[in-house]
Design a protein around this ligand. Structure first.
Ligand SMILES: *[C@@H]1O[C@H](CO)[C@@H](O)[C@H](O)[C@H]1NC(C)=O
Ligand SMILES: *[C@@H]1O[C@H](CO)[C@@H](O)[C@H](O)[C@H]1NC(C)=O
Ligand SMILES: *[C@@H]1O[C@H](CO)[C@@H](O)[C@H](O)[C@H]1NC(C)=O
Ligand SMILES: *[C@@H]1O[C@H](CO)[C@@H](O)[C@H](O)[C@H]1NC(C)=O
Ligand SMILES: *[C@@H]1O[C@H](CO)[C@@H](O)[C@H](O)[C@H]1NC(C)=O
Length: 490
């Protein structure tokens, strides 16, 4: 009886003597807190993961058939998978939430509903709410078991249903990103992992096996939205950790978020959140909001390869090279050069409000007539539905013959642009770009002359020329010569 009891204990639950620093769980194996799991730079924490039963992890299936009425499926009882709407003919995505969150409602469910609608996939919302609601440190420990459970689920699909990991995409936010990494470490050949602002505290600077890294799947793409980077403190990682790392708006502070960010050192911040039980974070959440919108607006999130955000802002990395630019978010995997390298940074700007998509354009304008005058030149984009967005090109003292250049992140898709207007101190000049044919080109495109030294046909660059248009003259005889708008084409 004693041997039997020992066996049951060993098999079913815990070998967790306080000195042992190891815990073992049925099906999943043992978890130690030896290095690198603790006691390495960036990861001076203690503790072991809770049991799967304690965390009440569940896999909630959404398909076109289920709609909002998800089906709970389990790898422990594979007949639940068989009896569900899970289809072996479809691709499968797992959506994994982070600290203090849930997989039963909110963005995880919204994402599954959208993905299954748009792409007819099996979408599995992974819920580990019970393991995510303690302190931040306990949640950090718990994701090792959650990652092992996701891996166990995928192994079951592989073994019992001959379903290939190449059909699987893991999408995780914050601690969920590293959970996906842990699953990917345990299973070879997962097609893709998307890390949505992977958690920074206890992961930044740690060895690859502890965190999400490019070896965890065939393709790993990352969106950084609250990267801890002085002077910004943050919940996300700053360093690159995938094949393609996107830094929208620089990756740390997101427009439209009004969260108060106190001034403190990241290390002090980490000490505070170690014991925290709730973390909001508008900046942090933007990563999954961007991903969601990228499903609906594929071309509105083009990432430009650049060394720094500052350099991107000043226009250095515009337009895209011959290789093209990847799209941040859902369609990042369409980038032909996606596996060419790791640790590559891509920058873009987003709008402050949903749908967040923007299309970067370069505008050239030349002033002639009077020598100098005060004024401002704005550009107004109109879409086919009657929405308008206005952007300033130049203001203050404007000089004759000077070419004004501006990079705009326009919130209107060029495909839906009906017209572009120049507002020049109340004088309006309208450019009907749809009629911009070859017929009446006033300003011919000359390579090397204001327009970029590239032709329309090459390098994915489109140059909208201002044709059939006269210069506009105001009462005081100054006139405006619009030259060219360029943008990269996907
Ligand atoms: C555990 O999960 C099951 C199935 O999702 C649910 O019915 C139950 O209420 C959960 N228990 C707790 C304590 O959250
Ligand atoms: C699911 O619920 C959301 C609201 O929570 C609703 O907007 C949506 O239309 C529902 N979708 C389906 C397929 O029932
Ligand atoms: C497995 O799931 C099926 C329903 O899908 C249920 O009828 C059966 O009782 C379950 N078996 C066990 C051992 O829980
Ligand atoms: C960032 O990543 C690079 C490449 O993996 C690595 O060499 C460097 O040490 C990392 N820096 C930090 C602070 O983790
Ligand atoms: C527009 O022009 C008038 C004079 O014609 C000038 O007084 C005014 O400051 C200008 N407005 C702007 C915004 O530059």
């Amino acid at each position: 009886v004693r041997v039997f009891t020992w066996f049951i204990l060993k098999l079913f639950k815990v070998v967790s003597s306080p000195l042992g620093k190891e815990v073992c769980y049925q099906r999943l194996g043992c978890f130690t807190d030896d290095p690198p799991w603790s006691g390495v730079p960036g990861r001076l924490l203690t503790g072991l993961p809770d049991s799967p039963e304690h965390m009440n992890i569940s896999f909630n299936l959404y398909t076109r058939e289920t709609g909002n009425n998800s089906q709970v499926i389990s790898a422990i009882n594979s007949s639940t998978i068989q009896k569900s709407h899970f289809s072996l003919r479809r691709k499968t995505s797992f959506i994994i939430h982070g600290f203090g969150s849930t997989g039963k409602k909110g963005w995880v469910v919204e994402m599954c509903l959208l993905l299954s609608e748009v792409e007819n996939i099996n979408c599995i919302a992974v819920d580990w709410q019970e393991g995510a609601k303690g302190t931040y440190v306990s949640a950090v420990n718990n994701i090792r078991v959650i990652g092992a459970e996701v891996a166990y689920f995928i192994k079951t699909l592989q073994k019992i249903f001959r379903y290939s990991p190449r059909e699987i995409h893991l999408i995780g936010h914050s601690l969920g990103a590293h959970t996906a990494g842990e699953a990917g470490r345990r299973i070879q050949g997962i097609r893709r992992i998307t890390g949505l602002d992977p958690a920074g505290p206890y992961f930044e600077g740690t060895p690859p096996e502890v965190r999400l890294d490019p070896s965890d799947a065939d393709f790993v793409d990352i969106i950084h939205s609250n990267a801890a980077h002085f002077p910004a403190i943050g919940l996300g990682m700053y360093n690159t950790t995938g094949h393609l790392d996107f830094y929208p708006n620089g990756g740390s502070v997101m427009p439209g978020c009004t969260d108060f960010i106190p001034e403190m050192k990241q290390s002090d911040f980490e000490a505070i959140i170690a014991d925290a039980t709730i973390i909001g974070g508008c900046h942090h959440s933007r990563s999954h909001e961007f991903y969601f919108e990228s499903i609906l607006h594929p071309t509105g999130f083009l990432g430009y390869p650049c060394e720094t955000y500052k350099s991107f802002e000043s226009g250095d990395c515009f337009p895209c090279s011959q290789e093209g630019c990847p799209m941040m978010g859902h369609y990042a995997d369409r980038f032909p050069a996606k596996l060419k390298r790791v640790n590559q940074k891509y920058f873009l700007n987003t709008a402050a409000d949903p749908p967040f998509a923007t299309w970067r354009q370069k505008v050239f304008i030349k002033l002639s007539g009077v020598k100098k005058m005060r004024g401002d030149i704005n550009l107004v984009f109109h879409d086919t539905e009657g929405n308008t967005k206005e952007y300033e090109i130049a203001s203050g003292v404007l000089s004759q013959d000077q070419v004004y250049t501006k990079y705009l992140d326009v919130e209107i898709n060029p495909q839906n642009t009906k017209k572009i207007e120049f507002l020049w101190n109340k004088t309006i000049f309208t450019l009907k770009i749809l009629h911009c044919g070859q017929k009446t080109q006033m300003f011919k495109y000359k390579p090397g002359n204001n327009c970029l030294e590239r032709n329309t046909a090459v390098n994915n660059l489109e140059c909208i020329l201002f044709c059939h248009c006269k210069t506009i003259t105001t009462q005081d005889k100054a006139s405006l010569i619009p030259r060219c708008i360029t943008r990269s084409i996907v």
